[in-house]
Design a protein around this ligand. Sequence first.
Ligand code: CA
Length: 234
Amino acid sequence: MNDKNKTRILIVEDEVAIRTGLIDVFVYHGYDVDFADQGDEGLAKALTGEFDLILLDVMLPGMNGFEICNRIREQSREQAIIMLTAKSSDADIIEGLTLGADDYVSKPFSVAQLVLRVEAVLRRTATLQTQSQKIQLGDDVVIDCLNLSCERSGEIQSFTRREIEILQYLHANSERPVSRDELLNKVWGYASDLELETRTVDIHMAKLRRKIEADPSTPQYLVTVRGAGYKLLG
Ligand code: CA
Protein backbone atom coordinates (compact mmCIF):
# COMPACT_ATOMS: atom_id res chain seq x y z
CA MET A 1 0.00 0.00 0.00
CA ASN A 2 2.88 2.37 0.79
CA ASP A 3 4.09 3.56 -2.61
CA LYS A 4 7.03 5.94 -2.19
CA ASN A 5 6.34 7.72 -5.46
CA LYS A 6 2.82 8.70 -4.57
CA THR A 7 1.69 11.65 -2.54
CA ARG A 8 0.29 10.39 0.74
CA ILE A 9 -2.97 11.72 2.14
CA LEU A 10 -4.45 10.95 5.56
CA ILE A 11 -8.22 11.36 5.86
CA VAL A 12 -9.47 11.86 9.42
CA GLU A 13 -13.26 11.73 9.26
CA ASP A 14 -15.78 9.82 11.37
CA GLU A 15 -18.75 9.96 9.01
CA VAL A 16 -18.61 6.75 7.01
CA ALA A 17 -20.27 8.07 3.86
CA ILE A 18 -18.00 11.11 3.61
CA ARG A 19 -14.88 9.14 4.49
CA THR A 20 -15.59 6.41 1.96
CA GLY A 21 -16.35 8.97 -0.72
CA LEU A 22 -13.11 10.85 -0.06
CA ILE A 23 -11.02 7.68 -0.06
CA ASP A 24 -12.48 6.66 -3.43
CA VAL A 25 -11.92 10.07 -4.98
CA PHE A 26 -8.31 10.48 -3.87
CA VAL A 27 -7.37 6.89 -4.77
CA TYR A 28 -8.93 7.53 -8.17
CA HIS A 29 -6.75 10.65 -8.53
CA GLY A 30 -3.62 8.61 -7.90
CA TYR A 31 -2.91 9.39 -4.24
CA ASP A 32 -1.82 6.89 -1.62
CA VAL A 33 -4.61 7.16 0.96
CA ASP A 34 -4.95 6.11 4.59
CA PHE A 35 -7.68 7.04 7.04
CA ALA A 36 -8.72 7.26 10.67
CA ASP A 37 -12.26 7.46 12.05
CA GLN A 38 -11.26 8.58 15.56
CA GLY A 39 -9.47 11.77 16.51
CA ASP A 40 -6.78 10.18 18.68
CA GLU A 41 -6.04 7.55 16.06
CA GLY A 42 -5.83 10.31 13.44
CA LEU A 43 -3.31 12.24 15.53
CA ALA A 44 -1.17 9.14 16.09
CA LYS A 45 -1.07 8.44 12.36
CA ALA A 46 -0.37 12.07 11.48
CA LEU A 47 2.55 12.20 13.91
CA THR A 48 4.29 9.33 12.13
CA GLY A 49 5.21 12.01 9.58
CA GLU A 50 4.42 9.70 6.69
CA PHE A 51 1.79 11.95 5.16
CA ASP A 52 2.17 14.90 2.82
CA LEU A 53 -1.30 16.21 3.51
CA ILE A 54 -4.02 15.66 6.10
CA LEU A 55 -7.73 16.18 5.50
CA LEU A 56 -9.01 16.84 8.98
CA ASP A 57 -12.62 16.92 10.12
CA VAL A 58 -13.39 19.18 13.12
CA MET A 59 -16.05 17.22 15.03
CA LEU A 60 -14.52 13.84 15.81
CA PRO A 61 -14.81 11.25 18.59
CA GLY A 62 -11.66 10.92 20.69
CA MET A 63 -10.14 14.33 19.98
CA ASN A 64 -11.40 17.26 17.92
CA GLY A 65 -9.77 18.47 14.74
CA PHE A 66 -8.56 21.78 16.21
CA GLU A 67 -6.65 20.02 18.93
CA ILE A 68 -5.20 17.54 16.43
CA CYS A 69 -4.10 20.45 14.22
CA ASN A 70 -2.49 22.15 17.18
CA ARG A 71 -0.65 18.99 18.24
CA ILE A 72 0.61 18.32 14.71
CA ARG A 73 1.92 21.89 14.43
CA GLU A 74 3.79 21.57 17.73
CA GLN A 75 5.90 18.92 16.02
CA SER A 76 5.83 19.65 12.30
CA ARG A 77 5.35 22.65 10.06
CA GLU A 78 5.85 20.54 6.97
CA GLN A 79 2.67 18.53 6.72
CA ALA A 80 -0.12 20.31 4.87
CA ILE A 81 -3.46 20.39 6.69
CA ILE A 82 -6.87 21.14 5.20
CA MET A 83 -9.69 21.38 7.75
CA LEU A 84 -13.16 20.14 6.87
CA THR A 85 -15.38 22.51 8.83
CA ALA A 86 -18.95 21.52 9.66
CA LYS A 87 -20.40 24.86 8.69
CA SER A 88 -19.05 28.03 7.21
CA SER A 89 -18.83 29.54 10.67
CA ASP A 90 -16.28 32.32 10.90
CA ALA A 91 -15.28 31.19 14.37
CA ASP A 92 -14.39 27.70 13.12
CA ILE A 93 -12.38 29.02 10.25
CA ILE A 94 -10.52 31.60 12.29
CA GLU A 95 -9.64 29.02 14.89
CA GLY A 96 -8.42 26.59 12.24
CA LEU A 97 -6.25 29.19 10.55
CA THR A 98 -4.85 30.42 13.84
CA LEU A 99 -3.76 26.89 14.67
CA GLY A 100 -1.89 26.65 11.42
CA ALA A 101 -4.14 24.82 8.96
CA ASP A 102 -3.19 25.59 5.36
CA ASP A 103 -6.75 25.83 4.15
CA TYR A 104 -10.31 24.88 5.02
CA VAL A 105 -13.30 23.58 3.11
CA SER A 106 -16.83 24.03 4.45
CA LYS A 107 -19.29 21.15 4.46
CA PRO A 108 -21.17 20.36 2.36
CA PHE A 109 -18.35 20.71 -0.15
CA SER A 110 -17.98 19.82 -3.79
CA VAL A 111 -15.52 16.98 -4.23
CA ALA A 112 -14.13 18.60 -7.39
CA GLN A 113 -13.48 21.78 -5.42
CA LEU A 114 -11.75 19.84 -2.63
CA VAL A 115 -9.48 18.05 -5.10
CA LEU A 116 -8.47 21.44 -6.54
CA ARG A 117 -7.73 22.80 -3.06
CA VAL A 118 -5.60 19.77 -2.26
CA GLU A 119 -3.65 20.19 -5.49
CA ALA A 120 -3.17 23.91 -4.84
CA VAL A 121 -1.87 23.34 -1.30
CA LEU A 122 0.52 20.61 -2.47
CA ARG A 123 1.78 22.81 -5.31
CA ARG A 124 2.50 25.65 -2.89
CA THR A 125 4.28 23.28 -0.52
CA ALA A 126 6.55 22.14 -3.36
CA THR A 127 7.21 25.73 -4.50
CA LEU A 128 8.08 26.85 -1.00
CA GLN A 129 10.63 24.07 -0.61
CA THR A 130 12.55 25.26 -3.69
CA GLN A 131 12.50 28.96 -2.74
CA SER A 132 15.05 29.08 0.02
CA GLN A 133 15.39 32.71 0.91
CA LYS A 134 15.54 35.18 3.70
CA ILE A 135 13.62 38.43 3.87
CA GLN A 136 15.21 41.21 5.83
CA LEU A 137 12.99 43.96 7.23
CA GLY A 138 14.79 46.95 8.68
CA ASP A 139 17.57 46.13 11.12
CA ASP A 140 15.66 43.93 13.50
CA VAL A 141 13.65 41.35 11.54
CA VAL A 142 15.05 38.50 9.45
CA ILE A 143 12.50 36.05 8.10
CA ASP A 144 13.74 32.55 7.30
CA CYS A 145 11.32 31.36 4.63
CA LEU A 146 12.60 27.82 4.54
CA ASN A 147 12.30 27.23 8.26
CA LEU A 148 9.07 29.25 8.56
CA SER A 149 10.45 31.40 11.32
CA CYS A 150 11.88 34.80 12.13
CA GLU A 151 13.78 36.46 14.88
CA ARG A 152 12.64 39.85 16.09
CA SER A 153 14.43 41.53 18.96
CA GLY A 154 15.86 38.21 20.07
CA GLU A 155 12.49 36.47 20.08
CA ILE A 156 11.78 33.57 17.73
CA GLN A 157 8.42 33.61 15.94
CA SER A 158 7.10 30.76 13.85
CA PHE A 159 4.92 31.11 10.78
CA THR A 160 2.48 28.95 8.92
CA ARG A 161 3.33 28.10 5.36
CA ARG A 162 0.55 30.40 4.16
CA GLU A 163 1.93 33.33 6.15
CA ILE A 164 5.35 32.86 4.56
CA GLU A 165 3.78 32.67 1.10
CA ILE A 166 2.04 35.98 1.72
CA LEU A 167 5.31 37.59 2.80
CA GLN A 168 7.17 36.15 -0.19
CA TYR A 169 4.53 37.41 -2.60
CA LEU A 170 4.50 40.89 -1.08
CA HIS A 171 8.31 40.91 -1.03
CA ALA A 172 8.51 39.93 -4.71
CA ASN A 173 6.12 42.79 -5.53
CA SER A 174 7.38 45.29 -3.00
CA GLU A 175 7.43 48.18 -5.47
CA ARG A 176 3.63 48.40 -5.37
CA PRO A 177 0.64 47.70 -3.12
CA VAL A 178 -1.01 44.31 -3.60
CA SER A 179 -4.80 44.09 -3.34
CA ARG A 180 -6.66 41.50 -1.27
CA ASP A 181 -8.18 40.06 -4.46
CA GLU A 182 -4.74 39.61 -5.96
CA LEU A 183 -3.51 37.86 -2.79
CA LEU A 184 -6.53 35.56 -2.81
CA ASN A 185 -5.88 34.79 -6.44
CA LYS A 186 -2.09 34.39 -6.36
CA VAL A 187 -1.42 33.06 -2.89
CA TRP A 188 -4.61 31.13 -2.09
CA GLY A 189 -5.41 30.22 -5.69
CA TYR A 190 -9.02 31.38 -5.32
CA ALA A 191 -10.89 32.94 -8.19
CA SER A 192 -13.61 34.40 -6.00
CA ASP A 193 -13.64 37.48 -3.85
CA LEU A 194 -16.31 36.30 -1.44
CA GLU A 195 -16.58 38.48 1.62
CA LEU A 196 -15.57 35.68 3.95
CA GLU A 197 -12.42 34.98 1.99
CA THR A 198 -11.52 38.65 1.85
CA ARG A 199 -11.73 38.64 5.64
CA THR A 200 -9.40 35.67 5.67
CA VAL A 201 -6.74 37.93 4.16
CA ASP A 202 -7.30 40.51 6.91
CA ILE A 203 -7.05 37.85 9.61
CA HIS A 204 -3.71 36.72 8.20
CA MET A 205 -2.39 40.26 8.01
CA ALA A 206 -3.29 40.86 11.66
CA LYS A 207 -1.47 37.65 12.64
CA LEU A 208 1.59 38.59 10.59
CA ARG A 209 1.75 42.03 12.16
CA ARG A 210 1.72 40.54 15.63
CA LYS A 211 4.79 38.53 14.63
CA ILE A 212 6.89 41.00 12.68
CA GLU A 213 5.92 44.41 14.01
CA ALA A 214 7.18 45.96 17.23
CA ASP A 215 3.81 47.74 17.50
CA PRO A 216 1.17 45.90 15.41
CA SER A 217 -1.26 48.84 15.64
CA THR A 218 1.17 51.15 13.83
CA PRO A 219 2.90 48.82 11.38
CA GLN A 220 6.30 49.80 10.10
CA TYR A 221 6.85 46.98 7.56
CA LEU A 222 3.49 45.46 6.61
CA VAL A 223 1.55 48.58 5.79
CA THR A 224 -1.96 49.19 4.47
CA VAL A 225 -2.24 51.44 1.46
CA ARG A 226 -5.73 52.87 1.65
CA GLY A 227 -7.97 51.64 -1.13
CA ALA A 228 -5.12 49.72 -2.77
CA GLY A 229 -4.07 46.87 -0.52
CA TYR A 230 -0.95 45.87 1.38
CA LYS A 231 2.70 46.68 0.89
CA LEU A 232 5.80 45.20 2.47
CA LEU A 233 8.46 47.79 3.19
CA GLY A 234 12.03 46.63 3.65
CA1 CA B 1 -17.41 14.59 12.12
